[in-house]
Write a protein that binds this ligand. Structure first.
Ligand code: FAS
Ligand code: PHB
Length: 391
């Protein structure tokens, strides 16, 4: 039987960053991951990091490549009613900016760091199960190469995403779930073509939402809103590029460079929160506890603030023999999560075409966006949420 202080389920950004924060403080962890390391490292997901997230990555020694390859963005565009307006982040959010650096890169950097430190990770672990987290001696079991392994631990961190086993291991009576499923998804394309603009552009259009993003100045990431019934195979690259350009103001549409997709997928959109985020010696963090529609670029960044709070509590538990930090974790994390849920829901509601959005509804969205860009107070509210509210 293996023994560790904190068993971490999931090797995504939440699990890897938590492991790095605890490891830096000398706390022993084992990460147990269902998929292969290559599969996890290759997943195309988030693209925008808040300053809080970049600071945490730098604090654990994973900031070097991000500093060289990450793109610091001081603004983004809002396109609606045929025109585009720039949101100046530093001017309206106390000098703060965001960094464009793909989740794929964050995961790679954290995995390389973990391997270099020699901290234990188990990939392709099957039938992961959590035991006795309501008592004083929790454990995790998993199967690998036909053998069942047991990890005895002090705490379990459920960082295994929305479909993971951790939240599912908590009895229904012990958790309150809040959910809103949106009647559309995002069809995303990754292509090795230069981005249409030097910053991101979020577009509201009667045909539906579109987003122009990037991973570098030679690799672009684009999205268009599609019905949940759409299948990715039904979308040719040409059909995607045509639809994207239809939803953008002419100047931006003309600047789009089409090219062969190197990744194309449809992601469903939902808002979701599980309360509380602690069950005895089990803590949930990241997507295991909450989901936001990607419109506000908050998913990965909430995983970062969760594990910041959790690592602080666990470091205090082992260092000062005080449990005030772990006792406060759930309430502290949920306070920031709900504000990001609201912002992500509001951005999604304002920028997407809903089935019941009629001509009046379209005008209401355009009027809200027009007010947003004309009012310093409204712009500041948008900017301070986009760069990330304080931890
Ligand atoms: P993750 O889901 O990243 O990681 C959980 C890990 O646990 C996975 O590696 C999984 O294999 C593993 N796991 C699952 N079940 C397990 C089990 N039973 N045992 C062991 N391991 C298990 N956010 C943005 O900000 N912008 C975006 O554009 C964006 N796009 C997204 C697109 C998609 C398709 C998805 C699903 C999410 C997207 N997100 C986006 C949100 C995403 O970035 C998450 O917020 C981020 O991955 C959260 O990280 P984790 O909490 O670590 O969860
Ligand atoms: C991305 O680049 O994948 C991205 C950027 C901003 C978002 C969502 C996704 O709000």
């Amino acid at each position: 039987m293996m023994r560790t202080q904190v068993a971490i389920i999931g090797s995504g950004p939440a699990g890897l960053l938590l492991g790095a924060l605890l490891g830096k403080a000398g706390i022993d962890t084992v990460i147990v991951e269902a998929r292969s390391q290559a599969y996890v490292a290759a997943r195309i997901r988030a693209g925008v990091l808040e300053e809080g997230t970049t600071r945490l990555l730098q604090a654990v020694g994973c900031g070097a490549r991000m500093k060289v390859e990450g793109l610091v963005h001081e603004g983004f565009g809002l396109a609606f009613a045929g025109r585009q307006h720039r949101i100046d982040l530093p001017a309206h959010a106390g000098g703060r900016t965001v960094t464009v650096y793909g989740q794929t890169e964050v995961t790679r950097d954290l995995m390389a760091h973990r391997a270099a430190q020699g901290w234990a990770s188990v990939y392709e672990a099957a039938n992961v199960a959590l035991h006795d987290f309501g008592g004083e001696a929790p454990s995790v079991t998993y199967e690998k190469d036909g053998v069942t392994h047991t990890i005895a631990c002090d705490f379990i961190a459920g960082c295994d995403g929305y479909h993971g086993v951790s939240r599912a291991s908590v009895p229904d009576a012990a958790k309150a779930l809040y959910e809103r499923v949106y009647p559309f998804g995002w069809l995303g394309v990754l292509a090795d073509v230069p981005p249409a603009d030097h910053e991101l552009v979020y577009a509201n259009h009667p045909r539906g939402f579109a987003l122009c993003s990037m991973r570098s100045m030679t690799r672009s990431r684009y999205y268009v809103q599609v019905p949940t019934s759409d299948k990715v195979d039904a979308w040719s690259d040409d059909a995607f590029w045509d639809e994207l350009r239809r939803r953008l103001p002419e100047r931006i549409a003309d600047a789009v460079t089409p090219g062969p997709s190197i990744e194309k997928s449809i992601a469903p959109l939902r808002s979701f929160v599980c309360e509380p985020m602690r069950f005895g010696r089990l803590f949930l963090a990241g997507d295991a506890a909450h989901i936001v529609p990607p419109t506000g670029a908050k998913g990965l960044n909430l995983a970062a603030s969760d594990v910041h709070y959790l690592s602080q509590g666990l470091i205090e538990h082992y260092g000062e023999r005080s449990d005030s930090g772990v006792d406060a974790y759930s309430g502290r994390a949920l306070s920031r999560i709900w504000k990001a849920e609201r912002f992500s829901w509001w951005m999604t509601s304002t920028l997407h075409r809903f089935p019941d959005t009629d001509s009046f509804g379209q005008r209401m969205q355009e009027a809200e966006l027009d007010y947003l860009t004309q009012s310093a107070a409204a712009t500041s509210s948008l900017a301070e949420n986009y760069v990330g509210l304080p931890y």
